[in-house]
Design a protein around this ligand. Structure first.
Ligand code: GRG
Length: 500
């Protein structure tokens, strides 16, 4: 039977401290809870109700054995931190060893390199990689050349021989097609390559010619606006995410001099919209992720002055929700990873206190810890995942509320996700490890070490370390940029010296 939601009963529950066994949490603020219940967010009352209900259930889970939450089960044996194995795993993550993964992740190459290289640096093993080869690859991913003039493309035989489906002959449709779509534009005779079955009537030569010209113009515009940005791999369209990863990699290797920095700054600044938001690339999607990418990139290059920071802050503020969290765009659901990007951007702008209730958001983030496994999820009622050890903990650091997490239990969860045979860290115990979860698991452990582990005995081979002490075997990580703190110190000093 479903019980109606009765505030009184739940408030009695919260008021009784003996029923809560959540370690190191703040005493529950009944008044705040009440205001949460009665606040009207952009998504309406029922949404508020659901979200608060999750909070209530979270408390109830601790004493009600009949309540089965979505959670992971930890194995009976949890290994200590397997640093050597993780280094071997990442150094050996080559196209030869992983041909399938390598082929299908080309669009993520720059990000993947950032994850692996950062993880290696956090473990003190960056020197095992070929620095010059990597810097050359990154440099080759930058769109450096001015675009070909329209007349040249217009006359190009390859483009002239292409016909374009007349059903796509609108500016809006042309604008929504990525540039790579052009060579594969649907064959007007067979319809191959097109989802639609175009009517023969609609395919007049004039319409096709107009559409083709629009494609070419679009290509020229796209090409022009990509200058200075980085693609995920050589020949890929520029995007603010791969641009940030490229800059982060160059910071790791202290080689920002290898690229055209001014062009990068101009590319990133060109992505800001009049409302302060950022698009990721020429195709126009807006997301608070892109705000962080742009602001982190420009601050690493010492050029935040190239954008309207106040407008960027106002846009991020507009994505705040009634529960204290942030979403992708105004009105979208709070998610821990979006909280990270928004807090990161606000931290860079020095605007956290002006925009955030540290206790309310800190509480929502602490709520992400699951009762059985100790792992963190990204939003209510979802499974734990090692990557949230980064998105949630880094956010709690930025709020100065890291101490609200049960560090020992989270460290145990991260260690339980290690692959003791192949090396690397997975999302959950017994899943397959990968560089993404490896870096965010290690970075999470590094943040946990900030809470201190008084009895820590870091062994000389840096293995055999368990619990929160494991984080002491890893370099301190910066909670905004996800780079080792020594790298950030060096980069910020470089920016200071250049301003002199
Ligand atoms: C500087 C570290 C760094 C990153 C750059 C792009 C970016 C900034 C951050 C990405 C933040 C983000 C949105 C991460 C996605 C995290 C994630 C696992 C999302 C999956 O969502 P669902 O719905 O998973 O598949 P849940 O866990 O909610 O079920």
């Amino acid at each position: 039977m479903m019980h109606p939601f009765t505030n009184k009963k739940h408030f009695e529950y919260f008021d009784d401290d003996s029923k809560s066994n959540i370690a190191a949490k703040p005493k529950f603020d009944t008044e705040k809870t009440h205001s949460l219940l009665t606040l009207h967010g952009p998504n309406g009352a029922s949404y508020n109700f659901t979200s608060c209900w999750c909070s209530v259930n979270r408390q109830a889970m601790h004493s009600d054995a009949s309540y089965e939450s979505k959670d992971a089960t930890l194995p009976s044996t949890i290994h200590p931190l397997l640093l050597k194995k993780h280094v071997e795993f990442l150094v050996g993550y080559t196209p030869a060893n992983n041909p399938y993964e390598y082929a299908v992740t080309e669009h993520l190459r720059m990000n993947g390199m950032f994850w692996s290289l950062t993880a290696l640096d956090l473990m003190g093993a960056l020197d095992q990689m070929d620095r010059e080869a990597i810097v050359t690859f990154v440099r080759d991913c930058q769109h450096r050349n001015p675009p070909a003039p329209f007349a040249e493309l217009e006359a190009s035989e390859a483009l002239r021989s292409r016909t374009v489906d007349a059903s796509h002959a609108t500016a809006a449709a042309a604008a929504s097609l990525p540039s790579q779509a052009l060579p594969n534009a649907p064959d007007t005779n067979t319809g191959v390559g097109s989802d639609a079955t175009p009517s023969t009537d609609a395919r007049t030569n004039a319409a096709q010619e107009a559409a083709r010209q629009k494609y070419v113009k679009q290509l020229v515009a796209a090409s022009a606006s990509q200058r200075g940005g980085f693609g995920a791999s050589i020949g890929h369209d520029a995007h603010v995410l791969s641009t940030l990863s490229a800059v982060q990699i160059l910071c790791l290797f202290d080689r920002l001099d290898a690229i055209d920095e001014e062009a990068t700054v101009a590319f990133v600044a060109s992505l800001q919209q009049p409302d302060g938001s950022f698009v990721g690339d020429v195709w126009g999607e807006v997301d608070t992720r892109f705000s962080l990418c742009a602001m982190a990139c420009l601050s690493l290059l010492g050029r935040l002055d190239a954008i309207d920071v106040q407008a960027a802050v106002r846009f991020i503020q507009s994505t705040a929700n009634f529960d204290g969290g942030f979403g992708r765009v105004p009105g979208s659901e709070s998610h821990a990873s979006q909280v990270y990007v928004c807090l990161g951007a606000l931290t860079i702008a020095g605007a956290v206190d002006a925009c955030v209730d540290r206790d309310q958001l800190g509480w929502w983030l602490a709520e992400r810890q699951l009762p059985k496994s100790g792992g963190l999820n990204g939003r209510p009622e979802k499974l734990p995942d090692v990557c949230y050890s980064w998105w949630v903990l880094s956010s709690m650091c930025m709020l100065d509320r890291l101490q609200w997490i049960d560090a020992e239990r989270l460290a145990k969860f991260i260690l339980a996700c290690q692959d003791d045979v192949a090396g690397g860290i997975a999302d959950r115990p017994d899943d397959m490890s990968d560089p993404y979860h490896t870096v965010f698991g290690l970075a999470g452990l590094s943040l946990l070490a900030r809470l201190g582990a008084p009895d820590a005995k870091v062994q000389s081979d840096q293995e055999g370390v368990v619990g929160v002490s494991a984080g002491l075997a890893i370099k301190p990580v910066n909670s905004v940029y996800c780079l080792p703190q020594d790298v950030i110190d060096r980069v910020m000093q470089r920016n200071k010296d250049r301003r002199k």
